[in-house]
Design a protein around this ligand. Structure first.
Ligand code: NAD
Length: 254
């Protein structure tokens, strides 16, 4: 029997990048998947791939930072798939700007999408998670929540907030046997990263990254699936850096 057979997983920001890879990794291991994003076309394509794996796919479009949407995303997932075992709070936006350059609107957009959403979805999901005998939440934080990387103060604050939320929620939900963990990716080769940084010089990646390559979405998906699995059944409140050692290097990341 596959590892997540009979389980339902909700992944936010799943139309591309890390969220998409994570949704597919769960489906490959037997889970039914509810996938959220703002991008309905991307969700439809992902849904076809999940169904081709023989699993149920549900598209739950919407803006995770908006309370009404967050409520609908969780409620629809639980109603349609019949249960919720794993919530992956992955959707995120990244604006590289110093504090002086950051408008209040940009600050709010990053904090709403990256942090408020994890609060909104987790809170709404708790009653359904309590019904599961293997419930967990996995939040996607960032190396930027652990140390300085580039000038992106709102993003860093949001991701440090995700790490604190992960720790404290793990304490709150421990008595319910709901585990809460986070993955803190280093630089991962996704469209989101490219949109924010511009085209990177991959030729010099060997010099920049300790393991000689940039991270891939699959590297993060593997860590998320591990934290959600029975193999991590005694892990809660943890933030796992998946960075290829990037935070150990003294040289600039980019
Ligand atoms: N790529 C990296 O180097 C890196 C590093 C550290 C952390 N992360 C984190 O990993 C997560 C995924 O990053 P990625 O690189 O795959 O990004 P990405 O931009 O490629 O994908 C993010 C997805 O989230 C969706 N999204 C954005 N705002 C949303 C909202 N309000 N509601 C619903 N969906 C929304 C987008 O439409 C997109 O499909 C983010 O939380 C990001 O901060 C990424």
């Amino acid at each position: 029997m596959s590892e997540f057979e009979g389980r339902s997983v909700l992944v936010t920001g799943a139309a591309r990048g890390i969220g998409r890879a994570t949704a597919l990794h769960f489906a490959e291991r037997g889970a039914d998947v509810a996938a959220n994003d703002l991008d309905g076309d991307g969700l439809a394509e992902l849904g076809r791939e999940i169904e081709a794996l023989g699993r149920r796919a549900l598209a739950v479009p919407g803006n995770v930072g908006v309370e009404e949407d967050a409520r609908r995303i969780v409620d629809t997932s639980v109603a349609e798939l019949g249960r919720l075992d794993v919530l992956v709070n992955n959707a995120g936006v990244w604006i590289i700007k110093s504090l002086e350059e950051t408008s209040a609107e940009e600050w709010d957009r990053q904090l709403d999408t990256n942090l408020r959403a994890a609060y909104l979805l987790s809170r709404r999901a708790i009653p359904a998670l309590r019904e599961s005998d293997a419930a967990c939440i996995v939040n996607i934080a960032s190396i930027a929540g652990l140390r300085f990387t580039v000038p992106h103060i709102a993003y860093a604050a949001s991701k440090a907030g995700v790490i604190a939320l992960t720790r404290d929620l793990a304490v709150e939900l421990g008595p319910d046997r709901i585990r809460v963990n986070a993955v803190a990716p280093g630089p991962i080769d996704t469209q989101g990263l490219l949109d924010s940084l511009g085209e990177l010089d991959r030729q010099s990646a060997e010099q920049r990254y300790l393991l000689g390559r940039m991270g891939r979405a699959e590297d993060i998906a593997n860590a998320v699936v591990f934290l959600a699995s029975g193999r991590a059944s005694y892990v809660t409140g943890a933030t796992l850096p998946v960075t290829g050692g990037a935070e150990l290097a003294v040289r600039p990341l980019f």
